[in-house]
Design a binder for this molecule. Structure first.
Ligand SMILES: Nc1nc2c(c(=O)[nH]1)N[C@H]1C(S)=C(S)[C@@H](COP(=O)(O)O)O[C@H]1N2
Ligand SMILES: [Mo]
Length: 379
């Protein structure tokens, strides 16, 4: 970096700030962004499906959401060192003068500003969400979804504008826009090795939160899959949800439909019990498989005389909270693995896991695995 004697800003000439380095890092970052965007879209569709999709969302593979959401959070975390490296590589352009050369150039710079702001916001807000920390006045989910679309638009524009440079510097033959002899200055390979090592380190120390074979390396993720009552993490405890022993004393399950009925816990236990092995896959990225047993939702619906095409609405005892009411389409409601679970890992559900009864269904976000269920409605 040298200062021009006439102008008051620095000039950059090293190969770590050249177009070839920007292209190589951009490619890696692009892979992370595409995986993150695609899996985020899947998560959005499973959580808030458009009406026409509700009844056709697949309930298989049972580990589908665990995989896609694990990838969503892992690719977002991996994107952090990649984005920082990419920004560092291109930041000398901040000093380009004149600030705006033409209308086209001005629009191009504005789109890069939007792209950078959206990318930083997505990674920052997503990371804070994994820690369940919301130091902002807006709702996370709709804003994260809206900014993702802004990011995609700005990214496509950026790729279109930079296409000539990307093409020119894609292959190994590109020497970049080197102004120094190759031997001078730090070498691109060292930078890429360092960035790869950083990506590997943040991935290895967090991915065990959902990919349990690596759970002993899970040092940095907010959750450890083994920490929690009955061997399973808890997001919202019964105390925080305001579900008290007094409320549970007279608990009955109400099943609404053409032939509605109510059941005590003893009556539920007297119905045929089924056992399933299914994960809780939290949108925040942690996931853990567990052994559940209880009554099939399809049996409860049949007994209420529900049509086979019926959707289901499930209501929790919890008085407030975003996950008090949950809707389920036909595929999940009729899936024999979808249970109103009474037991977890061979024990009666603990209060924090939703005693006396909770939903456990295959291939669904954790937020929809409603705890403290009091009402099941066929619609
Ligand atoms: N009624 C109710 N059910 C709920 C929640 C809640 O806040 N209220 N949290 C959900 C979330 S975000 C997850 S990840 C799972 C976690 O289940 P667990 O605490 O038994 O592991 O429960 C879900 N069920
Ligand atoms: Mo969750």
């Amino acid at each position: 970096m040298r200062s021009s004697p006439f102008l008051d800003f620095p000039r950059f000439s090293g190969r770590l700030h050249d177009a070839r380095t920007a292209t190589v890092l951009g490619r890696l970052l692009g892979v992370a962004v595409v995986v993150c965007f695609g899996t985020g879209l899947i998560s959005h569709c499973l959580q808030q499906p458009p009406g026409w999709l509700t009844n056709t969302l697949p309930s298989r593979p049972v580990w589908g959401y665990r995989l896609t959401q694990g990838l969503h959070v892992a690719s977002g975390i991996a994107a952090v060192p990649l984005l920082l490296a990419k920004l560092w590589t291109v930041y000398p352009r901040l000093f380009a003068r004149p600030v705006v050369r033409s209308l086209r150039h001005g629009l191009e710079r504005a789109s890069v500003a939007v792209l950078v702001a959206a990318a930083l916001f997505q990674l920052f807000s997503g990371m804070l969400n994994t820690a369940q920390w919301y130091p902002w006045p807006f709702a996370f989910v709709p804003v994260h979804f809206a900014v993702a679309q802004l990011l995609l638009g700005a990214l496509l524009l950026h790729l279109a504008v930079k296409w000539p440079q990307i093409r020119a510097h894609w292959g190994r033959k590109s020497e970049g826009t080197l102004t120094l002899p190759a031997a001078e200055g730090p070498d691109r390979r060292s930078l890429l090795t360092a960035v790869t090592a950083a990506v590997g380190a943040v991935t290895l120390t967090t991915v065990g939160q959902s990919f349990t074979p690596l759970k002993r390396f899970d040092l940095l993720a907010p959750r450890h899959p083994d920490h929690g009552p009955q061997g399973l993490p808890v997001n919202r405890t019964a105390a925080r949800a305001g579900v008290s022993a007094a409320e549970l004393r007279d608990w009955r399950l109400t099943v609404a439909g053409p032939e509605p009925y109510r059941l005590t816990l003893a009556e539920l236990r007297a119905m045929p019990q089924y056992e399933v092995e299914l994960p809780i896959a939290c949108v925040e990225g942690w996931s853990k498989s567990a052994h559940w047993s209880g009554v099939r939702i399809l049996d409860l619906l049949d007994r209420a005389g529900a049509r086979t095409g019926a959707r289901v609405r499930v209501v929790s005892l919890e008085q407030h909270g975003a996950y008090r009411v949950m809707e389920m389409g036909r595929t999940h409601a009729r899936d024999p693995l979808t249970l109103l679970a009474l037991c977890l890992n061979g024990e009666v559900l603990s209060a924090d896991h939703g005693y006396p009864a909770r939903i456990i269904a295959p291939n669904r976000p954790g937020v929809l695995q409603t705890k403290w269920v009091s009402r099941v409605e066929a619609r």
